[in-house]
Design a protein around this ligand. Structure first.
Ligand code: TTP
Ligand code: MG
Length: 358
């Protein structure tokens, strides 16, 4: 099963402020150079109807939405990441194995708990959708398939609020009419090359020989495209520790840009996150700081160190370095500060137990 939360950042904003519902909402990442420089991160479906898309420069989106009542919002990353953590915990309860792919996407291996039966899986997906709606007010699209590739493509088939199940026997019939760009990894360039061959649909692609694809895209990618066009994918659903993070955040006594004042807080948070990692019997490699600024924007900085650790001293040292670099370049005061650790050691599954139910 593949679960994808719909228009995730924009949806979180609608939940936070329900008066936005029914209006175009566009969450933008401002690069800060000029007032409007930056790109659209997420647009709700009303904004998309007018042609606004993720990745589009903010100025374009503003031009398209000129004269309309529309909300352009800065990202509230803390809200999105906390929402995501709660969602992943809910999904973890319904999976034999949960693979968190990104802030709003996960694969669930549900083979055992459904006895490999697609009708059971559809019922489970319906329950998951209901639970997310009830507990988090969130809508998502779910795809069910015999493998990750088909599940992923089918979750994109109906958006928003979709549920699409493709049984093994229906895979070819389902994939054939879709566009080659519906295959994850087929981007603009590959699409162009395929067009030159007269290949537009997945069915067209499935008729191109393996050798030809290898010649055009290289052995690895060629083979992947060949298998994908035929609905073949053997990748197991696996826990990915690199997507899991732990963080501790605190509001400063006063808004500040002062290293001594802020590092006093981060030092304490470092001890706390290191302690939590110890309790979870895990080691980590990535250390970061997150800052929520006076204007509610959030910024983060992280570093991957050479070997795994759970030593508070190392976390302190790295986060102090990051903080110093960060404050050096910053032009507004910090309101809240956090320390985050990630890239956990794979072998020790203790830390991930909450995402995994046997
Ligand atoms: P997506 O799942 O690609 O997009 P979405 O959730 O907004 O919309 P839907 O799934 O309904 O098509 O991305 C998830 C989040 O990742 C998105 O809400 C914001 C963020 N994101 C960016 O910050 N920049 C981008 O260019 C994209 C595509 C996503
Ligand atoms: Mg999404």
């Amino acid at each position: 099963m593949h679960v994808d939360l719909n228009y995730f950042f924009a949806q979180c904003e609608e939940i936070k402020n329900p008066s936005l519902i029914g209006k175009p909402v566009i969450v933008c990442v401002y690069s800060g150079r000029t007032e409007d420089s930056g790109a659209v991160a997420s647009a709700n479906y009303l904004a998309r109807e007018s042609g606004v898309k993720a990745g589009m420069p903010i100025v374009f989106a503003k031009r398209i939405m000129k004269d309309k009542e529309v909300y352009f919002l800065p990202p509230d990353r803390e809200l999105y990441s906390q929402t995501s953590n709660r969602v992943m915990e809910i999904l973890g309860k319904h999976a034999d194995i949960l693979e968190v792919r990104s802030i709003d996407e996960a694969y669930l291996d549900v083979t055992k708990r459904t006895d490999g039966d697609f009708d059971n899986a559809v019922k489970l997906a319906t329950d998951i959708k209901k639970e997310l709606r009830l507990k988090e007010k969130l809508i998502c699209s779910i795809g069910i398939g015999p493998n990750k590739l088909v599940a992923k493509i089918s979750s994109g088939f109906k958006k928003p609020d979709g549920l699409t199940a493709v049984k093994p026997k229906e895979v070819k019939k389902f994939l054939n009419p879709l566009k080659v760009t519906d295959i994850p990894g087929v981007g603009k360039k590959s699409e162009e090359k395929m067009k030159e061959l007269g290949v537009n649909t997945i069915e067209d692609l499935s008729k191109v020989g393996l050798q030809k694809l290898k010649g055009m895209f290289g052995n690895k990618t060629g083979e992947y495209f060949f298998d994908a066009a035929n609905g073949i994918d053997e990748e197991p659903v696996e826990i990915r520790s690199d997507n899991v993070q732990m963080s501790k955040i605190e509001t400063l006594k006063e808004d500040s840009r002062d290293f001594n004042l802020i590092s006093e807080v981060t030092d304490k948070l470092c001890v706390e996150v290191a302690q939590r990692a110890k309790e979870e019997k895990t080691l980590f490699k990535n250390i970061g700081i997150i800052a929520f600024m006076k204007n509610l924007e959030s910024r983060s900085k992280s570093r991957t160190i050479e070997s795994y650790t759970n030593d508070a001293k190392i976390v302190k040292k790295v986060s102090r370095e990051l903080l110093r670099e960060f404050l050096h370049n910053v032009d507004i005061d910090v309101r809240r500060i956090g320390v985050r650790i990630g890239s956990f050691e794979r072998k020790k599954e203790g830390s991930l137990s909450k995402f995994m139910k046997k």
